[in-house]
Design a protein around this ligand. Structure first.
Ligand SMILES: Cc1cc2nc3c(=O)[nH]c(=O)nc-3n(C[C@H](O)[C@H](O)[C@H](O)COP(=O)(O)OP(=O)(O)OC[C@H]3O[C@@H](n4cnc5c(N)ncnc54)[C@H](O)[C@@H]3O)c2cc1C
Length: 357
């Protein structure tokens, strides 16, 4: 049994805590949030799409492979989590209106060039699209990505915490510094561990001075809408390929849908803008006309932690692992990234079965 400290209780921090507790280690987690349900982490705001092929638009083959492996791991993890949070593997759809066909085809070409053959977008005729998703009307072009999935991010944030209750959760305790085998809390106290994982996302950036590696992180603003539309049926995430926006609709439980997301180079966390509201909701409505009578339940803004190349990074030293840069696919790759980080740190961890999932 090892004594492990984790800085950050977002997607990575919670999943690390859950896995390490199940592997029999002693775990202490520090986070500035005032409790397990306080929605500071980007993980709360995420739409929860698990789309390795579609994300090739802005990712490399390693992210793709981690995404694919992670979908299999999530299937095992969900079976072991309390409350069985929503997780589905029904594929996803790419859609485009006729006038946007040029831009859409360029994106599909890009994915086709990067993805292994079995994971390339499959063109769908109108009748086949109608069978898969009868409430979609309007797009002239459609492609199916059969190996993709989705999860309900807030449900997973809760379930991972509940499944790792045996950890020592230190809420309202930001970490100021992490080092080899220690972390220093904002109250100046130094805590010593056998190993420390730094999963603070944007919190890894130093308050002053130059930053490199995981610390050279920036926030990319994203805005989403949670709407409820009892008359709309949608079984899987859809993305509308559009020259100016990447708009998606992701189904959630009880006729709820996430509509997202803006991607703005800004660390402004202020509420959703009028421009995003008009553009995203109009685009979503243009493929799912039934959304016209949807009720807007909630809007949310958060920052995706991204490094300079928009790729994720694990930095390993004796007694310290830093992970950052999960950008817009944190849920998609967190299981593979955390499993790799734990193994690289030399921490005993089962190789297979639900506890290793
Ligand atoms: C609008 C939007 C939509 C998204 N959609 C998707 C999607 O569909 N699919 C997908 O896979 N990903 C999606 N993402 C991305 C995903 O949410 C992130 O990649 C993921 O949350 C990154 O995980 P993380 O643990 O590194 O960071 P976070 O989840 O942000 O967690 C960081 C944690 O560190 C804590 N922290 C900060 N400072 C300190 C400190 N000083 N000391 C201790 N703790 C600290 C924070 O409070 C937080 O709890 C989306 C993100 C946004 C914003």
């Amino acid at each position: 049994m090892m004594n492990i400290g984790i800085a950050g209780a977002g997607v990575l921090g919670r999943l690390l805590a859950w896995r390490l507790i199940r592997a029999g280690h002693r775990v202490t987690v520090f986070d500035p949030a005032d409790g397990p349900l306080a929605r500071g982490a980007a993980g709360w705001t995420a739409a929860g799409m698990l789309s390795p092929s579609a994300e090739l638009e802005c990712a490399d083959l390693q992210v793709f492979r981690d995404g694919l492996d992670s979908i299999g791991m999530w299937a095992e993890i969900v079976a072991a989590l309390p409350g069985t949070p929503d997780f589905a593997r029904r594929g996803s759809l790419l859609l485009a209106h006729r006038g946007d066909g040029g831009a859409a085809r360029r994106l599909v070409d890009l994915i086709e060039r990067k993805a292994p053959e079995a994971h390339r977008p499959r063109p769908l005729a109108a009748a086949a699209l109608g069978e898969l998703e009868p409430d979609i009307h309007g797009p002239a072009l459609a492609w199916f990505l059969p190996h993709e999935g989705a999860l309900d991010a807030p449900q997973f944030m809760r379930a991972l915490y509940e499944g790792a209750q045996a950890a020592d959760w230190r809420w309202s305790q930001p970490v100021e510094q992490t080092g080899e085998g220690f972390l220093t809390a904002a109250d100046g106290r130094r805590h010593v561990f056998d190993h420390v994982f730094d999963a603070r996302g944007l919190g890894q950036r130093p308050a002053q001075g130059p930053a490199a590696g995981c610390a050279d992180v920036r926030g990319v603003r994203g805005e989403i809408f949670l709407v409820r539309a009892p008359d709309v049926r949608l079984a899987r995430p859809v993305r509308l390929l559009h020259p100016r926006h990447n708009v998606y609709v992701v189904p959630r439980r009880d006729h709820h849908f996430i509509i997202g997301a803006s991607e703005i180079e800004s660390e402004d966390r202020s509420p959703v803008s009028l421009r995003t509201t008009v553009e995203l909701l109009a685009a979503a409505h243009s493929v799912l006309p039934g959304l016209a009578e949807a009720r807007i339940v909630h809007t949310e803004t958060n920052l995706r932690p991204a490094l300079r190349d928009n790729l994720p990074l694990i930095e390993q030293a004796a007694g310290l692992t830093r992970i950052n840069g999960l950008f817009r696919h944190g849920w998609m790759i967190a299981p593979a990234m955390t499993a790799r980080a734990i193994r690289q740190a030399g921490i005993p961890f089962p190789a297979s079965g639900a506890s290793a999932a």
